[in-house]
Design a protein around this ligand. Sequence first.
Ligand code: FMN
Length: 168
Amino acid sequence: MSKTVIIYSFHTQKSKKVAEKVIEVFGKDDITAINAEELTAKDFEENSNFILSAPTWFDGELPNYWDEFVPELEEMDLKNKTFAVFGLGDQKGYPENFCDAIGILVGILENCGAKIIGKIPAEGYTFESSKAQRGDIFVGLPLDQENQGRLTNERVTKWVAQLKKEIK
Ligand SMILES: Cc1cc2nc3c(=O)[nH]c(=O)nc-3n(C[C@H](O)[C@H](O)[C@H](O)COP(=O)(O)O)c2cc1C
């Protein structure tokens, strides 16, 4: 099995801390970290399994570093590649756009033919609407350091165990 790649902004504080937890649980020898702010198409071409960090900013938008890469991403053929997305959000501060970035990024990846793994039941959070939610599931892992920070380690540990089973 080729190494899994985790992509997150090295300049964030909260997302970086959570990404480091993902790496620790995944096993640092089995995963390569790439800075989302220095992404190239080659990073996607040369790897097969990806974990992406997509915190939500600007009332339901992707952060700038993802937004800038989206035009290039949209042109890629991601068939036979596997993606899992986690994202930080704030369900009390932004209940109408809770973790929207997860859903936005997953939609783009799906249009490129990617296989999405790491979907979880949509329960345990209180919000009004989220692009990360489809019916009874979230299409990735929402994490809320502002309101449910003490649940993060447990959520990450469970999610990574699920990914390990789903990555073929
Ligand atoms: C200006 C601003 C806008 C935000 N908009 C949203 C939002 O629309 N939805 C959401 O769930 N969280 C939103 N958040 C909360 C962030 O996603 C949250 O603070 C997260 O932990 C940021 O992670 P990062 O600093 O690692 O990027 C927003 C935060 C700020 C400061």
